[in-house]
Design a protein around this ligand. Structure first.
Ligand code: NAP
Length: 274
């Protein structure tokens, strides 16, 4: 198994998956393969040729890999990107576990409450996976706020199939913050080394709102620190990362993923200075 990306050498996935194989005593291994965009086709043929069980796919290959596969799962089609390939008897099927991974990490905070109004800040690749999945499975109404309006409107249209969705500017989102029960930062604002930046001001945040950030470097962004100070319930990006990997593991092996060991392996890497 492995992950393809360009560049990919800082990926935390090999350590996380190797920890899972070790915990379950599986005779498997996982590698990071740096695949130049010109070689994507050959790399995918190589999955069939080498008989790999599958691959994870990361930036910049998540979209371009889709036409090279034999079948795409419905949710991955709706998101428009694949992060996991499963190889069965020469056939390759693409999935996207990012959104489901996020929803799994969110579940302990929302329970089965499906009456939430959610604000998604950002409309990039991660936003698409998260917004479309929670619109499909978890949230009553979505608002997308993004710097570039066209990209925001595009995501609104994709979510609309599953729940009412609309666009707001970042300023409008700031001033109407008290109308949301769930606020998710999907932008890279606040990611290391720019740890003092925030995507929007939280001045109007109500106590008990759920505030979440997909970033996991740092584990607690300034956005989450401020939210916690205002009495919000907070969720960082680490568990999303672990669960997207766990779901891929389960597709490949049919076994339940050892979440604790996978999470610990990622934390060890992060604390080691990444
Ligand atoms: P992306 O496709 O490049 O999208 C970036 C988004 O951030 C866009 O909406 C962009 O707005 C917005 N943005 C960036 N800089 C901005 C600024 N200075 N002001 C306003 N908006 C800004 O990136 P991505 O792949 O979605 O990743 C986004 C974040 O999610 C990253 O921090 C990544 O580490 C994290 N992530 C976490 C996980 C996880 O498992 N926890 C998984 C995937 C990604 P425009 O549209 O206007 O450019």
């Amino acid at each position: 198994m492995g992950v393809i990306g360009y560049p990919v050498k800082h990926s935390l996935s090999p350590d996380m998956h190797e920890a899972a194989y070790k915990a379950l005593n599986l005779n498997m291994s996982y590698h990071a393969f740096e695949v130049h965009p010109d070689q994507l086709d050959a790399a995918i043929q190589g999955v069939r040729g080498l008989g790999l069980l599958g691959l994870n796919v990361t930036i910049p290959h998540k979209i371009k890999v889709m036409p090279l596969l034999d079948e795409i799962d419905d949710l991955a089609k709706e998101i428009g990107a694949v992060n996991t390939i499963v190889h069965t008897n020469g056939r390759l099927k693409g999935y996207n576990t990012d959104g489901e991974g996020y929803l799994k990490s969110l579940r302990p905070l929302i329970g089965n409450d499906d009456k939430m109004r959610a604000l998604i800040i950002g409309a990039g690749g991660a936003a698409r996976a998260v917004a479309i999945t929670i619109a499909k499975y978890g949230v009553e109404e979505m608002v997308i706020a993004n710097r570039t309006k066209e990209k925001g409107l595009d995501l609104v249209e994709s979510c609309h199939k599953f729940s009412p969705a609309s666009f707001m500017t970042l300023n409008e989102a700031e001033s109407q913050l008290s109308s949301f029960q769930l606020v998710i930062n999907t932008t890279s604002i606040g990611m290391s080394p720019n740890i003092n930046e925030m995507p929007i001001s939280l001045e109007k945040l109500e106590e008990d709102t759920i505030v979440s950030d997909l970033i996991y470097t740092p584990l607690k962004t300034k956005f989450l620190e401020r939210a916690e100070e205002k009495g919000a319930r907070i969720l960082g990006g680490l568990d999303m990362f672990v669960y997207q990997g766990a779901l891929a593991f389960e597709h490949w092996t049919g076994q339940e993923a050892p979440i604790t060991e996978m999470r610990e392996a990622v934390l060890r890497q992060l604390k080691g200075g990444r």
